[in-house]
Design a protein around this ligand. Structure first.
Ligand SMILES: NC(=O)c1ccc[n+]([C@@H]2O[C@H](COP(=O)([O-])OP(=O)(O)OC[C@H]3O[C@@H](n4cnc5c(N)ncnc54)[C@H](OP(=O)(O)O)[C@@H]3O)[C@@H](O)[C@H]2O)c1
Length: 254
């Protein structure tokens, strides 16, 4: 459906879940991939069913996106290998749901630095490369329905994801005339590692399905579909938007 032949796509948090599926879909569409998570080994293992060892189209790096110099290093290595970045996907994320009364500075910093600060500096570093080349590009931030819903225990995560949606608009404005489009894809409830614990009780899973207008939780492929579309030429007049891919969850919840 989308042709990314010879395009260079960098994705953070590609060792599992949504990021892994986004990577697989860009790969099938012909892209060169720069992938990272905190563990090169985990990414390598995760992609091994569709990427051969030493595939020249795939670069895998250990980088912790809560550390700014790691983000810069990941981008530098990708540009060194492929010459440029056409599409940058900020996806790496963590959740630490807990009553606000129990929140510590350490957990607060981990959530904010991964889900917001890392995205900010990822956008900045990718945009620097795109501006320098003068050929534009596309940035996709993976946000969340939590940016607009009000779920007790998610104050820090929700605020970080709301910041991602707002930042997406600001960067779209700052870099629009330079041909850089910036959009956000905000998933609803998608079974992945990040929420496996929360939904291991079948009653919790059923309650969530009950709440969602479409009547089911989503699939990683449905998030990847939105990302490949928004990053593509077919979305050339779309920028600064947050697209909720949530089966209608935000219509009823929050
Ligand atoms: N699943 C959902 O229902 C849902 C809903 C809304 C939003 N989201 C968002 O979707 C994104 C992907 O989450 P997911 O559902 O696919 O969960 P996941 O399966 O747990 O994937 C999270 C990914 O982020 C990576 N990661 C975490 N911290 C990192 C760090 N500091 N540096 C680099 N990589 C890091 C993890 O890799 P390593 O552990 O190997 O580092 C993993 O690859 C997140 O931003 C999440 O907030 C998910």
């Amino acid at each position: 459906m989308f042709d990314y032949t010879d395009r260079v796509v960098a994705i953070t948090g590609a060792s599992s879940g949504i990021g892994l599926e986004i990577a697989r879909r860009f790969y099938l569409a012909g892209a060169n991939l720069a992938l990272c998570s905190r563990s090169e080994e985990r990414v390598r293992g995760a992609v091994s069913s569709w990427v051969k060892a030493d595939d020249p189209r795939v670069l895998i790096v250990s980088a912790d996106t809560s550390i700014i110099k790691d983000i810069y290093r990941f981008c530098d290595i990708a540009v060194e290998r492929f010459g440029r970045i056409d599409v940058w996907v900020n996806n790496a994320g963590i959740e630490r749901p807990m009553p606000t009364i129990d929140m510590t500075q350490e957990i607060f910093d981990a959530v904010v630095n991964t889900n917001f600060r890392g995205y900010f500096f990822g956008c900045q570093r990718a945009a620097r490369d795109m501006l320098q080349r003068g050929k534009g590009g596309s940035i996709i931030n993976i946000g969340s329905v939590n940016a607009v819903t009000v779920v007790p225990g998610q104050a820090v995560y929700a605020a970080a994801k709301a910041a991602v949606s707002q930042m997406t608009k600001l960067f779209a404005r700052e870099w629009g005339r330079d041909g850089i489009r910036v959009n956000c894809v905000a998933p609803g409830s998608i079974p992945t590692k990040i929420n496996a614990e929360k939904y291991k009780d079948p009653a919790a899973d059923a309650a969530m399905r009950e709440k969602i207008p479409i009547g089911r939780r989503g699939d990683v492929s449905e998030i990847a579909d939105a990302v490949l579309y928004l990053a593509s030429e077919q979305a050339s007049y779309i920028t600064g938007q947050t697209l909720f891919v949530d089966g209608g969850l935000t219509l009823v919840h929050g």
